[in-house]
Write a protein that binds this ligand. Sequence first.
Ligand SMILES: [Zn+2]
Length: 160
Amino acid sequence: MARQPAAVAESNGDRLRRLLRIGSTHVGHGIFASRRLKSGIVIGEIAGEVMDEHPADPSYCMELPSGKLLEPAAPLRFINHSCDPNCELFYWFDEEASTQEDRLWLQTIRSIEPGEELSIDYCWPADAAIPCRCGTDHCRKWIVDPAERHLLPDEPPAGG
Ligand SMILES: [Zn+2]
């Protein structure tokens, strides 16, 4: 039986399973690289459910270019925030296909070593911010959009 080229045969889910694994971190689940990932590569599409309204627990929701929300499915649901992230979300801008506005992808923004945790900057609005424990040198102390950082106290409340 003829074999398909890997690039054709591999689904988004297969690719994610090959590149990533779910592990535990001090803030719950996280996503870790299974192999070395170069800077600037597309890891995969954020699969999930597109919604018009915030669900009861919006903590995993990602905002789409269309203004709708994406409730991501595992494994990318578990990507954690960092104030100095190694990945970012992006979407393809395509005037011919407006449906692309409801799709998000994840790409690396620097090289990642095997076993290293993948992270993105959540950039939450100030009214949704929670204390950040990313531990990087550039930590803003809150999980918040840098443009709205000034709306919050310098230090999160003790014990938060
Ligand atoms: Zn931080």
